[in-house]
Design a protein around this ligand. Sequence first.
Ligand code: HEC
Length: 236
Amino acid sequence: MAALRARSLMAAAGLIALGSLAACSSSKADSTPAPAANAALWGDMKPIVSVKELMHDLIDPIGDNVFDSVAIIVEKNKTTDIQPRTQADWDKVAIGGTMLAEASYLLKVKRPFAPPGEKESPGAEEVELTPEEIMAKVQKDPVEWNARIEALRNVGLQVLDIVKRKDVQELWDAADNLEMACENCHRSYWYPGETPAYYSRLDKRLREHSLAGPSAPAPEKPPSAPKRTGQPNPTR
Ligand code: HEC
């Protein structure tokens, strides 16, 4: 709901902008537009880091401003409700929303998926695509990649809309939507091999291993848990 509201607000803003542009250009019909000058003014976007580093050092930490803003922490004999209460708390959520909305488009700047020479963690080849495979998949279907980016951006916009109204209940929904936006992209591009079939194979191997007893040789390829640093706050 809130995401839809945010989108229709954007559309309205877009219409207003278009309207004033049309008024402006009709009054100066003789002046020729200068797209080349614009290009020189705004310049090209040049990447610094790989997608992996962008995730680790920007998208993931800033996502926490949203993920960690709401939580219910259950301890032995008390339950703590985490939610934004002060203006500073809401500012932190707004920083998360702004950074996610803007930083999502950095994924549209062509950059390597991992730093050069980066090795996959052992066992990862079973579930994870290599950086080269991710690049090939993105280039084959840019529409999907761009849609995943838009999904992330929309959650950023939704968060900004919620901050205006300081609606805690909707913030919970936004945190769920954010998790989905991260997870859907990861499942498609990062660890598509992590399917239910993979988990039942893993279970079977672990069962066989423990049945064989502690003296049994380790399985050829020890199943290592796939990296999952993108998981939000487990207390929720
Ligand atoms: C448009 C797709 C996309 C979206 C959306 C996305 N990611 Fe990622 N993310 C990737 C890809 C692709 C990789 C794997 C890069 C690699 O290892 O080559 C990745 C890797 C990561 C990593 C691992 C970094 C490392 O050092 O190994 C983390 C953490 C992560 N993402 C967190 C997040 C979080 C949190 C969100 C949501 C707030 C998110 N990502 C949204 C595509 C995405």
